[in-house]
Design a protein around this ligand. Structure first.
Ligand code: GLU
Length: 447
């Protein structure tokens, strides 16, 4: 899709200002392409340099993270926190520890987070952070020392009313525990609301662990219902086998679908009986092993090394691994195999070409900033519980999550219709989120 003529110079400026940050360029381009109709109808959405302001992070923090491994060797990683936009609330978004992390990845994730968080309708701005630290193969004590060093710098930038990090790839409840412990020591404050994704015993919320995966499955359920369909009898393929994938699989099964395959970066497993979530959790969460171990333990499953999980035929595809994992090639294969619905559990797992192919083929496509917003939405519910020193039941919290996902779905559908693009979730999500952020910024003066 071409960029609206009033926004062309904004995109050129983003390219010039952020050289080499291709993932960020991709995320910005998608939003700029989508919001053309809103700018055409309501010119104030491109006045007062509002688009340029939204594309420029409010604050970018980059810092050194020195740490010592178990043999006494010293390592230096780079830490980031991208405080992107606080018009709607404190910066909110996860931390990613992965060797692929660099400024462009954190900037793209922070940018996406601004819109995702706006779509939830909850009072949270957008931010993201992380490090190029590779947790793979590290001992528990090395992870702890790294987290402590990371927080020793990060603590001065965050706070309940300022910036509230959580987890993302490579950062789960173990890491959040070490980060929270260090924050508490340094500041001498038991500030529960400074991090989300905490353990239940020290201020965490029920359903937060499951929320991103559950939310994505709820979103697909809404997409199916909008087409007069349901999960019953559907074959589903999920990529990844981390936190998002595990709980997406669990909820798909509860809703009547059958997930026959999931993956990691080395290959995938097929289990025609339906992936056994208990076993998957044992392999990934307890043993911290590769997915091939699942096939060693489940006799009816098979492991396929070095191939893409998208070659497994399915009705519904849920990419829950990482950015740009479905390119044009994989999209063509999915379409050929009869896939009818795709929803992103990960952030930006589908390339622009693949999105275009899905849309042209009539495949319903749910973008991550809508489909995977359940994680951060439940983080906002955790913040609510921390602020009121309360603790909600699993059922109540899950009901709230389901309502939020239903509202996001409705918002996307109604906005897409309003702008003459029925069924286009990408346009609906981007326009609904952008106008909310822009309205808040315009109301707050020149910020
Ligand atoms: N990392 C998650 C995301 O991409 C959740 C962030 C949060 O809970 O703050 O939305």
């Amino acid at each position: 899709m071409p960029i609206h003529e009033r926004l062309e110079s904004v995109y050129a400026e983003v390219l010039a200002r952020n050289p080499g940050e291709t993932e960020f360029h991709q995320a910005v381009r998608e939003v700029l392409e989508s919001i053309g109709p809103a700018v055409g109808k309501h010119p104030q959405y491109a006045d007062a340099k509002i688009v340029s302001r939204i594309c420029e992070p409010e604050r970018q923090i980059i810092f050194r993270v020195p740490w010592e491994d178990d043999s006494g060797e010293i390592h230096i990683n780079r830490g980031f926190r991208m405080e992107f936009n606080s018009a709607l609330g404190p910066y909110k978004g996860g931390l990613r520890f992965h060797p692929s992390v660099y400024l462009g990845i954190i900037k793209f994730l922070g940018f996406e987070q601004v819109f995702k968080n706006a779509l939830t309708g909850l009072p949270i701005g957008g931010g993201k952070g992380g490090s190029d630290f590779d947790p793979k193969g590290k001992s528990d004590r090395e992870i702890m020392r790294f987290c402590q060093s990371f927080m020793t710098e990060l603590h001065r930038h965050i706070g309940e009313y300022t910036d509230v990090p959580a987890g993302d790839t490579g950062v789960g409840s173990r890491e959040i525990g070490y980060l929270f412990g260090q924050y508490k020591r340094i500041t001498n404050r038991y500030e529960s609301g400074v991090l989300t994704g905490k353990g239940l015993i020290y201020g965490g919320a029920r359903v937060r662990t499951e929320a991103t995966g559950y939310g994505t499955a709820f979103f697909v359920n809404e997409m199916l219902a909008a087409r007069g369909d349901s999960f019953a009898g559907k074959t589903v393929v999920v990529s990844g086998s981390g936190n998002v994938a595990i709980y997406a699989i669990e909820k798909v099964h509860q809703l009547g679908g059958r997930v026959v395959a999931c993956s990691d970066s080395s290959g995938y497993v097929v289990d025609e009986k339906g992936i056994d979530v208990k076993l998957l959790r044992e392999v990934k969460e307890n043993r911290r092993e590769r997915i091939s171990v699942y096939a060693d333990l489940a006799k009816h499953a098979r492991y396929v090394k070095g191939q893409q999980v998208w070659e497994v035929p399915c009705d519904i595809a849920m990419p829950c691994a990482t950015q740009n994992e479905i390119t044009g090639k994989e999209a063509e294969q999915l379409i050929r195999n009869g896939c009818k619905v795709v929803a992103e559990g990960a952030n930006m797992p589908t390339t622009p070409e693949a999105v275009r192919l899905f849309q042209e083929a009539g495949v319903a496509f749910g973008p991550g900033k809508a489909a995977n917003a359940g994680g951060v939405a439940t983080s906002a519910l955790e913040m609510q519980q921390n602020a009121s020193r309360d603790s909600w039941s699993f059922e109540y919290t899950e009901d709230r999550l389901e309502d939020i996902m239903r509202d996001i779905h409705t918002r996307c559908i109604e906005t897409a219709e309003e702008y003459g693009m029925p069924g286009n979730y990408v346009a609906g999500a981007n326009i609904a989120a952008y106008t909310r952020v822009a309205d808040a910024m315009l109301a707050l003066g020149l910020i």
